[in-house]
Ligand binder design. Structure first.
Ligand SMILES: Nc1ncnc2c1ncn2[C@@H]1O[C@H](COP(=O)(O)OP(=O)(O)OP(=O)(O)O)[C@@H](O)[C@H]1O
Length: 317
């Protein structure tokens, strides 16, 4: 496989359960060295897509290529997978759990235990080496499970909601881990509901909604879809009337300022100019930085609206 071959390709993949579509005609690629965030509301089809990527679930139609071929044995030892459902053998110790998975991925026994010890030390779990999984806190067990998914140093990491269930400190530890892994040239695809992690970590995000892909691009491209807002206040009257032509919505905040949701065409310099012309003396003019969360809501909301329109058209026809 050359360096330009995508690590993962889903081509028009669909999967239904009992006649209900979970994933509908989804296509995307993950290229070598990328950190890709997989976002979407509950039930959007993320886990199903990841399982198809690994070959655990067979698509009804479309095809999946992992390392340029069908997912399966050829990818043995090259992928590290953290499943959404967490679970470790209760009686295993932390080092046994990690070594066990490393061995399943082709690492020899002695090296597997040495790696387990080294990783537990490196990620602050040195004291837990001989602790049984049943005696660990939820966060600790999750870290151990993550380490067991990555101990064989795979080329490609598929992590299904790796941040869920971790406290803020451990989320930070995990973020650092992801950066370290990426710095070694590895490729990472992770699903998350936490926009801040996606915003900070990802080269690219994929957004799913109702089984379909609704966005595929960089974080800054996604932010273009977020509504733009400006917070305004003035020391005299007439502000709301003056800025109304630039707004699709506005709200009076508790501190008296106006929160303006800008229309697509509205330009902030024009708002300032109009206020000056109208004699409105501004005491506050604060364009707000859009968040990925707002872009997410806008993109998923639009998808839901489009779907409603389609349903309505079907009903009318
Ligand atoms: N094994 C299964 N049997 C039946 N239905 C399933 C199965 N797996 C997934 N589904 C359904 O497929 C849809 C997509 O689920 P999926 O778990 O892929 O979504 P998700 O985006 O990962 O959601 P979440 O963020 O809640 O984990 C849901 O409606 C779910 O109920």
């Amino acid at each position: 496989m050359d360096k330009t071959t995508p690590i993962l390709q889903l081509n028009n993949v669909s999967k239904s359960y009992g006649g209900t579509p979970a994933v509908k005609n989804v296509s995307f690629e993950v290229r070598p060295g990328e950190i890709v965030g997989f976002l979407g509301p509950n039930g959007a089809g993320k886990t199903t897509s990841l399982r198809m990527a690994l070959g655990y679930v067979k698509p009804d139609s479309g095809d999946v290529k992992l390392f340029g071929g069908p997912p399966g044995e050829s990818a043995f030892g090259r992928v590290g997978f953290l499943p959404e459902e967490r679970g470790l053998y209760k009686k295993q110790t932390a080092r046994e759990a990690i070594a066990h998975m490393a061995r399943l991925n082709g690492i020899k026994r002695r090296e597997a235990f040495a790696t387990a010890d080294e990783m537990l030390d490196r990620y602050g779990l040195g004291d837990a080496k001989r602790k049984k999984n049943k005696d660990m806190s939820k966060g600790m067990a999750q870290k151990v499970q993550l380490l067991s998914a990555i101990a064989h140093d795979p080329e490609f990491y598929i992590l299904d909601e790796p941040f869920s269930g971790l406290d803020p400190v451990n989320q930070q530890v995990l973020e650092t881990m992801v950066r370290e892994i990426a710095a070694r040239g590895r490729t990472i695809l992770f699903s998350t509901h936490v926009m801040e992690h996606a915003e900070r970590l990802c080269d690219r995000i994929l957004l799913m909604s109702r089984g379909g892909k609704v966005f595929d691009g960089s974080v800054s491209e996604a932010l273009d879809h977020a509504p733009r807002r400006v917070i305004l206040a003035s020391e005299n009257s007439g502000l709301a009337e003056t800025v109304t032509p630039f707004a699709v919505d506005m709200e009076r905040r508790a501190d008296g300022a106006l929160d303006l949701l800008l229309s697509r065409e509205a330009q902030t310099p024009d708002i300032l100019e109009r206020c000056v012309q109208a004699g409105v003396r501004l005491t506050r003019f604060e364009p707000m930085r859009a968040s990925l969360h707002e872009a997410f809501v806008a993109l998923v909301g639009r998808d839901a609206l489009d779907a409603d329109d389609a349903e309505m058209t079907e009903e009318l026809s």
